[in-house]
Design a protein around this ligand. Structure first.
Ligand SMILES: [Zn+2]
Length: 219
């Protein structure tokens, strides 16, 4: 089987997202790129039943290379990101706090230092219909110099060099959004961190946990 290890990793990632409550039903999708091939979760398969063989392999033009099932409807989004960047893994979720916050802000205010984990304040890509090239273009723009973006009125997307790290960040992004929603109802102006502090934390995180591929601030 082509890209057997990567397809297994994609299937395992989908199950983990489901277990952690970051996807509901079959919403969301995961992909890994190797050279000019992309292993991506299929459309409409219950993640509890997902096997490596269900994860199809497509080329960067979206042509099926080895795929028993139809790919995720967000294949155009994944391909657009891979064509324009050096990222190797993408996770897209409809996690509740990320989705809720995507309906009310244009950028997540840098109120928590975890913002540094994502390269700076996380943007919200303007809404466009799921699966469309317009949505792909909006999300690619929102991801510039960032490892995450919210998708307006839709969900979240995270990118990186390594699927395990992107999965870890998916939970941190959902946490950031939860914090923002909890703080949101307070009438006073929210205190945010300036660019210099975000840069300082980013430096600290870069040197943290050097034996691990995962970003794990504090503890
Ligand atoms: Zn979606």
């Amino acid at each position: 089987m082509l890209l057997a290890v990567e397809r297994e990793a994609v299937a395992a990632a989908c199950k983990r997202l489901r277990r952690e409550g970051l996807v509901v039903g079959t919403a969301g999708n995961v992909s890994v790129r190797v050279d000019d091939l992309v292993a991506i979760s299929p459309s409409g398969v219950d993640y509890d039943d997902l096997s490596a063989a269900d994860v199809g392999v497509h080329d960067l033009d979206g042509v099926a290379v080895e795929a028993a099932l139809a790919p995720s409807s967000e294949l155009p989004l994944h391909l657009a990101i891979y064509r324009g960047t050096s990222h190797r893994a993408i996770v897209h979720t409809h996690a509740p706090a990320s989705t809720a916050l995507s309906t009310v802000v244009d950028v997540i205010p840098p109120a928590h230092y975890y913002t540094a984990m994502f390269g700076g304040p996380i943007r919200v890509a303007p809404y466009a219909t799921f699966g469309s090239q317009a949505l792909a273009a909006n999300v690619v723009a929102a991801l510039a110099d960032r490892s995450a973006a919210l998708m307006g009125n839709h969900g979240a997307v995270l990118v990186g060099a390594d699927l395990a790290k992107v999965l870890d960040q998916t939970a941190y992004l959902e946490y950031l959004c939860q914090i923002q929603l909890l703080a949101g109802p307070y009438p006073s102006t929210q205190r945010v961190l300036d660019d210099a502090e975000i840069a300082r934390v980013a430096e600290g995180l870069a040197g943290y946990g050097q034996t691990s591929t995962s970003t794990r601030p504090e503890g």
